[in-house]
Design a binder for this molecule. Sequence first.
Ligand code: FAD
Length: 526
Amino acid sequence: ATPTTTTKIQIKAEDQDHAEPIVTRNVLMWFRNDLRIRDNKALYAASMRSKVGGNNKFLIALYIISEEEWKEHDEAAVKIDFWMRNLTTLKASLDKLAIPLVVKTAPKKTDVAKVVEGVVSDMDVSHVFWSGELMVDERKRDRLVREALEKHSGVYVEEHEDQCIVSPEDVRTKTGNPYAVFTPFYNTWCRLVETEPHYLEITEMPDANPPEAKEIFAEHFKTNPPSSHPHPLDINEMKRRYPAGEDEAHTRLEKFIQEKGKGYHQGRDVPDQDGTSVLSPYLNAGVLSTRQCVVAARTANKNKIQSGDEGLKTWIKELGWREFYRHILVAFPRVCMSRAFQPKTERVQWSDNDAHFQLWTEGKTGFPIVDAGKRYLLLLASCMRQLKATGYMHNRLRMIVACFLVKDLLVNWQKGEKYFMNSLIDGDLASNNGGWQWSASTGTDSQPYFRVFNPLLQSKRYDPKGEYIRRWVPELKTLTEQQIHDPSQALSPKEFAKLGYPKPIVDHAEAKTKYLEEFKRALALA
Ligand code: FAD
């Protein structure tokens, strides 16, 4: 079974002739990237199972810290810190329900199965629940864990699909294939969501354990998970920007819907305005479900998804992109295995100019809007810059800096993808890969390869007064709105030298020609 199948109870083959359900002892819920108690299908099902068969059955929660997995997936330290902070708030919520949280460490990813087996045997567990994951490695890990558990006679594993609102298997073209283009995907997805109400049903909270659980598992109630993870940024600033917990996520969601939802279609593209929800860190840690977001926006939009208020329907569509990229990951797993979605684009010969890549990461390209975007990101990557960090980048800027790296500097998009994952608090394999491949014109539904953003025009269009640039590139803060977008051209050489700001590292027109020639050559070879 893989997480791509719809929710169902998995029974190992040799148990098929056992009466189902087998005798329920304790029930284990293994939390992974679903750190919430509300609207969590696997948790609720685990809770219901623990009620089967009378007293003295308890629901136990498990979280496994697996540094090797984090490293392999390029998870940013700041994002791991956010997970740990959310784990602490999750524990507090579980404590109120008398559900103990057991936190274990698996030094190597191959130890994960042993760790789960150990907990199952130490805590007399008969059923294990989890939310299925989409990535190839995690699916493989889960298969190994399932196999190991099935060696324990009578241990049932129940995997719930909860990463997507609509199962990737359900959104299909007329010929039964997965969609590779967003708009038809989204139309089908909306039709399913609107006609089949179960997709948007919010799952109930788990029931509390009997109160004696507090005594029986006293040791676990006393032990706290790590409440932080070392990272190079300003710890207090990160806590202030991204407080942990479901309550915080819901407050943000409601506030966004009430105050900004209706203007989202206009505010979302202006980097200096906080016109977007900044819910991505919460969605990616599973503190909030995509379903909860769609339901909240749809309710505010008088139960409409594709019509009604322009802002709200646009926001729901963005959540649709999140779903789309998850479906792509399941249907075309090669995209997360260092492969381009469009194989013919793999013939592009990328530049090996590491110096350019380095300048890009440092925000020293000489293109202010790119540098503002990069500094925004750089702040989180570098502890040497003791500036306030955000760990987050506005979508428009992600597109601009990604396009610049690939099309102006001809650097392989995979380098940028990795750098983003290493840096972002909301790093998400599916969306990050989708965003990079879109920007690099190598992916599904990408912008066509011959569309190359002009960084100066983007700057004038999306930051017309230069406010965003002034905020993040202080060397330029005294410049006027006419000068700020292209200071090396707008000022005399002497005035420009005084700024201490670099000249553009490439000539955009020349770089564009070079990139187009290379892309055309690669496509012609295909
Ligand atoms: P809002 O505008 O409020 O949108 C609400 C939610 O919809 C977001 O939280 C997100 O979950 C989803 N969403 C919005 N836009 C997109 C999109 N284009 N693709 C997929 N989902 C979207 N998003 C990530 O969550 N993690 C990443 O690692 C990531 N990397 C990206 C890399 C590149 C090069 C690009 C171009 C985009 C990337 N995105 C990524 C998508 C998008 O930039 C962020 O989701 C968005 O900026 C998050 O801000 P928000 O929560 O305020 O979004």
